[in-house]
Design a protein around this ligand. Structure first.
Ligand code: SF4
Length: 205
């Protein structure tokens, strides 16, 4: 957290007072795409589709065309459009309980966690491949290939949220993964966690 306070990244979706729609759209756009890419695109999308109503009334092909600059556009358009339609059926109200959130089409574990964390203020991890990489390097390898069903990683990701601001620690780990504990060449020589990091001790990069 000390590192993050000094080096953490600023993104438009981390501003205060964003709508539920703006928060969810950001998380969907961010999946499998670099945050810097989405930072340059986010406001363009929101200006084109400013809320659930405009999105639910959209044409899926037009949506795919709009999403083309950030890639995976057909897949994303299908997912975002289905989500908007589903929200329309729910009068654009996000359910409060996890079981109902999970029933929204194309939600997935990551976005459902983001809804609980960012909208409902619950301590939930934004556990993606980047957070998983940091946790595995520091603590030890996962037990199952799929992050979503790995009890070890899931338990670790929940444990690190205890006693801290859950939103901030999630953002801190994601920034740390992007800037220090990078996939190909982790910057262990300037990492403040290196003395206690299992990966560093074993590899001495
Ligand atoms: Fe990642 Fe290296 Fe830091 Fe360990 S020491 S957390 S591997 S950057």
């Amino acid at each position: 957290m000390e590192w993050w306070k000094q080096y953490g990244r600023n993104f438009p979706w981390r501003e205060e007072f964003l709508s539920e729609y703006e928060l969810i759209i950001a998380e969907i756009l961010l999946q499998r795409t670099k945050a810097e890419t989405i930072a340059n695109y986010y406001m363009f999308f929101l200006n084109s589709y400013p809320g659930w109503e405009s999105l639910a009334a959209a044409n899926e092909n037009d949506l795919a065309t709009l999403l083309r600059p950030i890639g995976l556009y057909n897949q994303r358009a299908k997912r975002i459009f289905a989500l908007a339609k589903s929200m329309e059926q729910r009068d654009f109200i996000i359910p409060q309980d996890r079981e109902s959130i999970d029933k929204i089409p194309f939600m997935g574990q990551y976005i459902a966690n983001a809804v609980e964390l960012l909208i409902l203020n619950r301590a939930k991890p934004l556990l993606d491949v980047n957070m998983a990489r940091v946790l595995e390097r520091y603590f030890g390898p996962r037990q199952k290939a799929d992050i979503r069903y790995d009890p070890y990683l899931q338990s670790l990701a929940h444990d690190i949220l205890k006693g801290v601001n859950a939103k901030e620690i999630n953002w801190a780990i994601l920034d740390f993964a992007a800037l220090i504990c990078q996939s190909k060449k982790p910057k262990c020589s300037i990492c403040s966690l290196s003395e206690s990091c299992r990966y560093y001790k074993n590899n001495k990069i």
